[in-house]
Design a protein around this ligand. Sequence first.
Ligand code: HEM
Length: 346
Amino acid sequence: MFGLLVLMCFGDKLDEKKIKELEDVQRSLLINSRRFNVLNFWPRVTKFVFRKKWQEFWQLRNQQTSVYMSLIRERRTIKEGRLSKAKEDHDHQEYVLAYVDTLFDMQLPVEKRKLNDHEIMSLCTEFLAAGTDSTSTTLQWVMANLVKYPNIQAKVFDEIKGVVGIDYKGEIKEDDLQKMPYLKAVILESLRRHPPAHFVVPHAVTEDMVLNGYLIPMNASINFMVAEMGWDGKVWEDPMEFKPERFMKKKISEEEEEEEENDQGKVLFDITGSKEIKMMPFGVGRRICPGLGLALLHLEYFVANLLWSFQWKAVDGDEINLEEKQEFTVVMKIPLQAHIIPHSKD
Ligand code: HEM
């Protein structure tokens, strides 16, 4: 997942060694983020009290800056080179835009200036940190449930088979995924039952306000019980059960409205919460996760291809344990172990 996002962030011409360096420094910062949190309080004082911790922090931070800066500069040179070559050759060969390219061109509307390299680094760090663990943790939860419930796994496999045909030996493509509502329902059910973030990023209001009779003071840190919302028995039937069917539109009788016919068997759920909020694994409103569409696409793509290539089985005598553990995201306490057996499609 990290490799894929690095590719989307910095484009295709990357040195493997640099990707590895980037991964190492990003992981160290993530793992140590809770330890370093204390440095946010009274930096003037903690500079002396936690001198060693500050040194450690700055060492990692300098390492991070050096790796990111060289990647940013390299990409800028590649971009400028390719664009001027394309002009010279009147060559309209497609240039695949990377996330960082969009930042080079961005103009801040109020300050009327471009982003500097440190701001670009900060946004690239956010892109990689926010998108990697959240998606890979969710993927692990989805696969764990598919191993635990072989009947659900078989249903997804049958759906894929129905779309591509049993003789198909290639990769499941993005267009095929649009025709797999049950697969989408499995992913939504996993996000409801095992959201990788049990809270969103803290929010605040810019002036005092009263909501449902409660005073929300200006600048108070506000958060939402994301996991509890998805497990609320007043909203969800058997909330702790893994039932993807709850996201499928119920089949209706033939006599019912003809216009509803097209919706039968489809997933009809608004994950953005624009009409009502029954769960919010990506947050809702203005600060909703901007990677939502990308995350769902990646999850559907990986799950479909992992199931199309292999049958996933529990290791003999092993119960799939769905206990949770808080790391950067909420992960499986005992990571998934499974036997994978290639499907014979001959
Ligand atoms: C299953 C995968 C993911 C989940 C569950 C998830 C969840 C979330 C949540 C709960 C928030 C905070 C929303 C709030 O504060 O109200 C968030 C923010 C964010 N996410 Fe995701 N995310 C996922 C994947 C991704 C991906 C793939 C990317 C980009 C590559 C991404 C980029 C971001 C960014 C940049 C923010 C901060 C937005 C802001 O500050 O306004 N996320 N995400």
